[in-house]
Design a protein around this ligand. Sequence first.
Ligand SMILES: [Zn+2]
Length: 406
Amino acid sequence: MSETINYLHSETSTANGVEIGLLVKYLLMDAIKAGASDIHIEPWETTLVVRIRLNGVLQELVHLPLEYMEKISGRFKVLANLITYQNGLPQEGHAPADPELGGVEQRISIFPTTRGEKIVVRLFDPSNRSFDIHSLGFDPETVEVFLKMLTKPSGLILLTGPTGSGKTTAIYSALYHLVQRSGSTMSIATVEDPVEFSLPMISQAQTNAAQNFTYPIALRSLMRQDPQVIMVGEIRDPETAAIAVQAGLTGHLVISTIHSGSTAGVFARMINMNIEPFLLSSSIIGVLGVRLIRKNCTYCSQPYEPEAGLLALIPREMAETAHFRKGAGCEQCMQTGFSGRSSVTELLTVDAAFRDAVLQKLPTRALQQVAIQRGMQTMWQKGLHRVAIGESPLEEILRVISVDEA
Ligand SMILES: [Zn+2]
């Protein structure tokens, strides 16, 4: 960070020491002002480090004396209505929107480590949450095909990508699009863990493991109410997978996420959850893979040449014609060289040929080849395109997207 913010200046210090409530408020305000998505407060050997996640990457904000640790975690426990005297067990809670913090909500998680409590605060800023499908950074072709998938009356649309890759924002944008398109004529319901943002005209439910309100129980009950569109936060067990597929086959449009390394890998993952290939091939409409990449700062980006070792990873004709650019770091981007993020996608459309391939139980690699033959552009190819037009440096694409094995 270019400037060290003085958190221990006169305002937070009193005759009795440091005013922890004010200190915590300043940390939150600075993180929000910087556009951070999370704050991580963690006891290291000799210091309490405060880091913020900016555009998906952690950066140090400030180091505080270790002796403030307990008071700071105590303050967050009060904010989130947690048990303040308990410090040996993990706790999670939610601090409601604070007008003084611009209406930002906090999801607070406290985890006991051998050095003390580690705190992670996720920040939800309603003012920068846009659920416009056109503003996610999808390439125009993906938007067009994805929107077409959303017109289907039944079937499954699955999104895949690691945590923090923009799956939830993409799903919320899809639901928001359906609301805008159909208004009150469409019944849309969700089951999520947890509900991250409240959407208009949609019934959202949050699972609650302690009360045994699980995905399967919620979905079975929801099916009896017969909504047209069902969003399932995540398919991660065979029971949820079976109900989601069943719903997709019986006249519901089901949108969900699933953990998989690639779009083609989703089919093997579902088969591992005991779903028969013939059910998969007839229920899944498409799989959208998403990753978020940081974009070059427009103020300081300049032409550069990637290292030879990295250049060797990309097709020669591209290496020769690409307009490689990289941010040098400036005040506007807090010396990171990046400003904002964009989604890179891979959209696998299930057509007749692909359906046959699924029925034949082809391995993931072969399924991917079929999808490519049917016109799918891989995430790697799309990422390289962003590099070629100078939107992001090659190193950034390599950080988040795995290289296609030719
Ligand atoms: Zn810059």
